[in-house]
Design a protein around this ligand. Structure first.
Ligand SMILES: Cc1cc2nc3c(=O)[nH]c(=O)nc-3n(C[C@H](O)[C@H](O)[C@H](O)COP(=O)(O)OP(=O)(O)OC[C@H]3O[C@@H](n4cnc5c(N)ncnc54)[C@H](O)[C@@H]3O)c2cc1C
Length: 423
């Protein structure tokens, strides 16, 4: 009897688990995802800023596994797990499993601020990135039409909440775009009115990175004209006004939220299996505590057993990839009646691009910055893309864009039927 493994979530963790098990006839694998494509979150900000197409960083699941007889795809959103009958309920039907792997990742955390949740613009997936792209372009059009100075300023102000790698990369790109594009193509806009703010509650940008990376990011973004506010947090967002913890406020139509994440809710999993940040508590083999045959991987799980990471692993792509591969090998070890291997994270370092030709790279024993770091960043972000076409296409697009400074995909698209209906 083939074991049926259901994997919910085709992100880095889910995909790497499947890649390691495809072709192994002892398993029948079903991937469940609410989207029909895998995407690459580290480059999402380039979609949001109209720099690259969404298709540059996305790949359809069915194409990815079209040659793998033991892998099938079920498009649907997880509603709940029913452990007693080893079943999952999705909005497109129920499925029965022998092993269930939960790899649903996280969602934006608004820390209970209702107005912020309602009106801020998160940027965690392709849909949100495309929405943000439309929003920025529409706001620029409105600013170009508006004759009222105060209104125009409000439209041109952009506030990014969260000074981690995503916030820093987004700020750098928006600042450069403002310089190269807005000045040339929106002559009606007075750039002196526009302000790009980057806000973080901590005393430095890129807080998980080295002091060198933090200082470089701060100085380069300042040079590009970004207003950096540290040691302050967003408290509310009301009537287009961002209220800050120091009592000050900023008027803006655009509050971009890159400030924190929380595990996706998985109804049906016992409450005692849910840890800090709504992450599912797992043992050293990624099995969810207090459950049978249910595993969690990547951003969604919290493993406290590895001595070096007593508070859990960082929510990074490499952790998800390595956990996916380790769990696949353990499923095979069970079949081979071999001893299971606990997960051990191999930290390969982290990096952030700050502006054109400038990035920071922290390797486990060495940090560097500048042009070589920028080339390293480009290389490292092309290699994991799925599909040869995506890699070549992105390399060519980047080459052209970094030379011309002028991406031409700034289209405001709202797909609709002739009845006005949207999908
Ligand atoms: C903007 C951004 C930039 C980042 N930059 C970096 C970086 O530079 N370097 C780095 O190491 N990490 C980066 N990260 C973090 C990295 O992307 C995550 O650590 C990694 O994606 C986690 O992988 P995962 O497989 O656990 O989850 P994800 O990659 O989030 O995948 C989750 C999958 O679950 C699916 N899903 C969600 N809900 C449901 C549901 N209800 N039903 C069915 N399917 C569902 C989603 O469609 C998705 O395919 C970044 C993250 C973001 C958001």
């Amino acid at each position: 009897m083939k074991k049926h493994i259901i994997i919910v979530g085709g992100g880095f963790a889910g995909i790497n688990l499947i890649k390691s098990l495809r072709g192994d006839k002892r398993f029948r694998i079903t991937l469940v995802d609410k989207n029909n494509y895998h995407f690459f979150p580290p480059l999402i900000y380039q979609v949001a800023t109209s720099f690259i197409e969404a298709s540059n960083i996305s790949y359809p699941f069915r194409k990815l596994f079209s040659n793998d007889k033991n892998v099938s795809f079920h498009m649907g959103s997880l509603i709940r797990v029913i452990p007693e009958s080893k079943t999952i309920e999705t909005d497109t039907g129920n499925l029965h499993y022998d092993y269930l792997v939960l790899a649903l990742g996280t969602e934006s955390n608004f820390f209970g601020m209702e107005n912020v949740q309602k009106c801020a613009l998160p940027m965690k997936n392709i849909e949100e990135a495309l929405y943000l792209r439309n929003h920025i372009l529409l706001t620029l059009e409105e600013a170009a039409r508006n004759k009222d100075i105060r209104e125009a300023e409000k439209l041109q102000n952009i506030v990014i909440a969260g000074g981690g790698p995503t916030g820093v990369e987004l700020a750098g790109m928006l600042a450069e775009m403002g310089g190269y594009i807005a000045q040339k193509e929106y002559p009606e806009i007075k750039l002196s009115l526009s302000n790009l703010y980057l806000i973080d509650a901590l005393p430095s940008l890129l807080s998980p990175m080295s002091a060198m990376a933090q200082k470089t990011a701060y100085e380069k973004l300042k040079e590009l004209g970004v207003k950096i506010l540290l040691n302050v947090s967003v408290k509310d967002y009301n009537n287009c006004k961002v209220i800050l913890s120091d009592g000050s406020s900023i008027e803006t139509e655009t509050l971009i939220w890159t400030s924190g994440v929380i595990g996706r809710e998985v109804p049906g999993i016992p409450e005692e299996s849910v840890g800090k940040g709504r992450r599912l508590l797992v043992d050293a083999y990624n099995k969810v505590e207090h459950t049978q045959n249910i595993y969690a991987l990547g951003d969604l799980c919290l493993m406290l057993s590895e001595e070096k990471y007593p508070k859990g692993h960082p929510q990074l792509a490499q952790v998800a990839i390595q956990q996916g591969k380790n769990l696949a090998a353990n499923f095979q070890r069970v079949e081979d009646e071999k001893v299971l291997h606990p997960f051990g994270y191999n930290d390969k370092g982290s990096m952030a691009i700050i502006s054109k030709f400038n990035a920071v790279v922290d390797l486990p024993k060495h940090s560097f910055k500048g042009f070589i770091a920028w080339l390293t960043w480009l290389f490292i972000h092309i290699i994991p893309l799925i599909g040869f076409r995506s890699k070549v296409q992105l390399a060519l697009d980047w080459f052209r864009l970094f030379i011309t400074n002028n991406p031409s995909i700034r289209l405001i698209l709202h797909p609709k039927r002739n009845t006005g209906e949207t999908l």
